[in-house]
Design a binder for this molecule. Structure first.
Ligand SMILES: C[S@@+](CC[C@H](N)C(=O)[O-])C[C@H]1O[C@@H](n2cnc3c(N)ncnc32)[C@H](O)[C@@H]1O
Length: 199
């Protein structure tokens, strides 16, 4: 089963008209598809630049008649290398990733700036009360009140996590001198922890 072109073309036309009436100059139609460009933080930033004129087309079954895609779709976007039953959730994922970047949406705008991918790295680990949970404490530096040291610790952990979990991201990241030093420290600490665990 396939979604046919004509009703979708009418729906896209109506959405374009609505945007036009609301003063949007150019509409951009995005079809959510596993065959599209992969959604990343950079793509989210790109979409935000034209957020007012976006029209999301989602489909079901085997997808959409290719002629509609050729005629009416500006871009295809995928949220990952797997197949969903329909594009509705994919469109919501794209919208949520955009909306949380918009001014005024988050209580603390700074927190979105510290998230994974924003600076090309994964986020560091986070802790909250109680200070001891199941016999495990939190890193001492976080209780020190020394902001510069806390920032350095966070950066080191972010670099270390990215190195361990997403070496592909680290390979694309231009390390500053401080970052290279902190990563080397993390790697040494990691090696000595592994050495101790072996004994
Ligand atoms: C069952 S899928 C169709 C898959 C299609 N036959 C293929 O193999 O490329 C139905 C619809 O779900 C949506 N969808 C499925 N996986 C998706 C993904 N990874 N990203 C975005 N949309 C997806 C698309 O709108 C797609 O047309």
């Amino acid at each position: 089963m396939l979604m046919s072109a004509m009703p979708l073309a009418k729906a896209i036309g109506a959405a374009r008209q609505r945007q036009h009436d609301a003063g949007v100059g150019v509409s951009r139609v995005i079809h959510l598809s596993p065959q599209g460009r992969l959604l990343t933080h950079e793509v989210v930033q790109e979409l935000l630049a034209s957020a007012d004129g976006l029209i999301f087309l989602t489909s079901r079954y085997e997808g959409v008649d290719e002629r509609l895609i050729e005629k009416d779709v500006d871009e295809e976007l995928s949220i990952g290398d797997y197949v969903l039953s329909g594009g509705e959730l994919a469109a919501m994922v794209v919208m949520d990733s955009m909306i949380r970047q918009m001014p005024g949406v988050l209580g603390d705008a700074e927190s979105a700036q510290q998230d994974s991918f924003v600076h090309g790295l994964l986020d560091c680990a986070h802790y909250t009360r109680p200070e001891i949970y199941e016999g495990v404490g939190i890193p001492k530096v976080l209780l020190s009140g020394h902001h510069a040291e806390i920032e350095k610790w966070r950066l080191k952990q972010a670099l270390g996590r990215t190195w361990l979990r997403r070496p592909d991201l680290l390979a694309k990241h231009q390390l500053t001198k401080q970052e290279a030093r902190l990563l080397a420290e993390y790697q040494q600490e990691q090696a000595s922890t592994e050495e101790k665990e072996k004994k």
